[in-house]
Design a protein around this ligand. Sequence first.
Ligand code: 5AD
Length: 346
Amino acid sequence: MTTDSRSLEEILSRPPLTRGEIVELLSLPDPAPLFQKADQVRKKFVGDAVYLRGLIEFSNYCKNDCLYCGIRRSNANAVRYRMTPEEIYRTARQAVQNGYKTVVLQSGEDWWFDADKIASIIRQIKELGAAVTLSLGEKTREEYACYRKAGADRYLLRIETTDKALYETLDPQMSWDNRVRCLEDLKELGYEVGSGSLVGLPGQTAESLAEDLLFFKSLPVDMAGIGPFIPHPDTPLAQEKAEGHFELALKMMAIMRLILPDINIPATTAMETLHPQGRLLALQCGANVIMPNVTAETFCRNYALYPGKAHSAPSAAAAWNESLAAIGRTVSDGYGFHGDYLKSRN
Ligand code: 5AD
């Protein structure tokens, strides 16, 4: 199994991986050795603890019209909601009381929440002692600076795909260059930056997936989430299939662990949608983070980016101990910033 002279064992054991080797790993008929290696690397560089981030999906209004996304502007079937700042704060407070060390605020690109509103929510949540991660989409550098000044620690913005032409077809009226500008601004402003891609998009190639991984390395990211694409019935991509996307996403994630050994990698919710044990499997193929949804059901059932999205009632972080213990893992009581584990061992 070689492209040039390296055997699979060598490829897995001796980074850096070439673009060709990444493509080869993505098409491995039996990915078990890749998954095993990613699990070993995960254990060595980030340990056995799993970091839980409580996800609050506070608004599904979105000005964008991404062809794959269920909350796209043109989806007239989406039932729109917007939590009040007070509701967001109360949800965050409950999550912190339940043991969560990080609160993730996510929404569509909703203009109602201007920088002042977001900054005031961040300041309130920071007073609870939680780390704050934002996932609000593309903003100006000034807005990112304002959130940062208010205390935001991390920002998640997936590149979705590094294939610029594909990106601009699937995300009409959006600019790939602007998305990269956002990621660069976030880095310069001192955020921990999370990015990631969708896997299984129509027209996406193994070469472009390899490019995504090299892009994450070049930034470099502090975190990256790999999500299998799941067609939503109320979108122009309704007729697409999700077959094979779960395994391909797991492979992408495992290769990412080899390339960026100490970053945070979430076991994504979309993986759980495609496989009943999706997140636990992902945690055994390189992942070390879970983002349980702590949003009230009445709201998050309408945050339908794709069908069948797992939504759980707000639950105590400790409730995860049991299922994680079964795979030899624990819930961390730390914040889980990038590199914390290695520092704690020096
Ligand atoms: N399937 C899977 N993931 C999706 N996202 C949006 N639509 C879908 C879909 N149909 C992901 C995007 C976005 C994240 C919040 O949700 O990658 O960045």
